[in-house]
Write a protein that binds this ligand. Structure first.
Ligand code: MRU
Length: 344
């Protein structure tokens, strides 16, 4: 299994996803500023992976801290804020940083070395837990698939978006192992092409049959009766089940409903934000206009063209047939059933 992030000596090492699929290259980040920048630039991306990378960044920063214990508290807060300011939509980022803060606060009576060790250990635990969670999501989601299914997905909710195995692609991986997946339709996912660059690469590495389409081909492929299910990841799920995911997900959900194709969201429970009632409250990241104006470094429009570049959209709960989590599959009504699952 390819490692997407790890802590080595005093550096956070990340698989640089901006260079895939042309190059499998790692970047070494030796300051929290560099970790924050790598998250902003999508060198690491995907909701669960952003969270764990930020946790490693925080652990690294504290590990390198040479001041007094009194100075450590404001320093911790400053680094946490820096990492939290990178991307607004994926709630896993804030979840992971808050978990690190809880550990930090509860170990403040201990000596500096113990605090440092605990933070590193917590980040490592999150990494290992994420893989287990994804395997459980895969196992649960695979039960929904019929033999020989053709599955459409968007963006990359795979091993590359997590610490391993993936969420939506975890379901596909588990299903493929049980002969339930005949092929995957990967939407290329403009503007930054996580589908064509990452999902296609990742599935081909594992020998899972994948066919690439541009985003505007999805409806036609569905109309030909060649899609049995749509499975996507999530960046934040509101308490009522409304789900933010990569821009284009909402269009797929509308198309899937029109063609009577089940539409599933696969995500860990840490992606559910019980503090917000509906998708209207999910902050949607807007990114640099040049992501739309260019592909890699080449302009594909007038350089001064006006552009709107939201990175995510919100799929209303009523278009989602099920939310696949590590604790089981949640069906509508989501407001009630998410609450029940949280309590388990
Ligand atoms: O902008 P990205 O590449 O971070 O967007 C990623 C997605 O939208 C994923 O589908 C989501 O984070 C789930 S990853 C398991």
């Amino acid at each position: 299994m390819i490692r997407t992030v790890y802590l080595e000596k005093d550096e956070v090492v990340i698989l640089d996803q901006t260079r895939l699929p042309l190059e499998v290259a790692y970047a070494r980040l030796d300051t929290p500023e560099k970790v924050a920048q790598a998250i902003k630039l999508l060198m690491v991306r995907g909701a669960p992976l952003i969270g764990v990378t930020a946790a490693f960044g925080l652990a690294m920063a504290v590990d390198k801290f040479t001041g007094s214990k009194e100075e450590l508290v404001p320093y911790f807060k400053k680094v946490k804020e820096l990492l939290a300011s990178t991307r607004p939509t994926a709630v896993n980022l804030f979840w992971a940083l808050n978990r690190m803060e809880e550990v930090f606060n509860s170990s403040l009576d201990e000596d500096l070395k113990q605090i440092k060790d605990k933070l590193k250990q917590t980040a490592e635990e999150m990494y290992a837990e994420d893989i287990k969670i994804n395997q459980a999501i895969g196992e649960n989601g695979s039960k929904l698939l019929l033999r020989d299914s053709r599955i459409m997905t968007i963006c990359n909710a795979g091993a590359l978006a997590t610490c391993g195995f993936g969420t939506a692609l975890g379901v596909i991986r588990a299903g493929f192992a049980e002969n339930k997946v005949r092929k995957v339709w990967a939407c290329e996912t403009r503007p930054v092409l996580q589908g064509s660059r990452l999902t296609v690469w990742e599935l081909m590495q594992d020998g899972i049959p994948v066919t690439l389409i541009t985003d505007n081909m999805a409806g036609y492929v569905m109309s030909r009766g060649e899609v049995d299910a749509v499975i996507v990841g999530a960046d934040r799920i509101a308490a009522n089940g409304d789900t933010a995911n990569k821009i284009g997900t909402y269009s797929l959900a509308v198309l899937a409903r029109h063609h009577n194709i089940p539409f599933y969201v696969a995500a860990p429970l840490s992606t559910i934000d019980f503090s917000i009632e509906s998708g209207r409250q999910i902050p949607i990241e807007e990114r640099d206009k040049d992501e739309v104006r260019k592909i890699r470094d080449v302009y594909i429009t007038v350089p001064e063209a006006d552009v709107f570049n939201p990175a995510f959209d919100v799929t209303p709960a009523e278009l989602i047939n099920g939310i696949i989590t590590e604790k089981g599959i949640i069906s509508p009504p989501y407001k009630e059933n998410l609450k029940i699952l949280k309590g388990k």
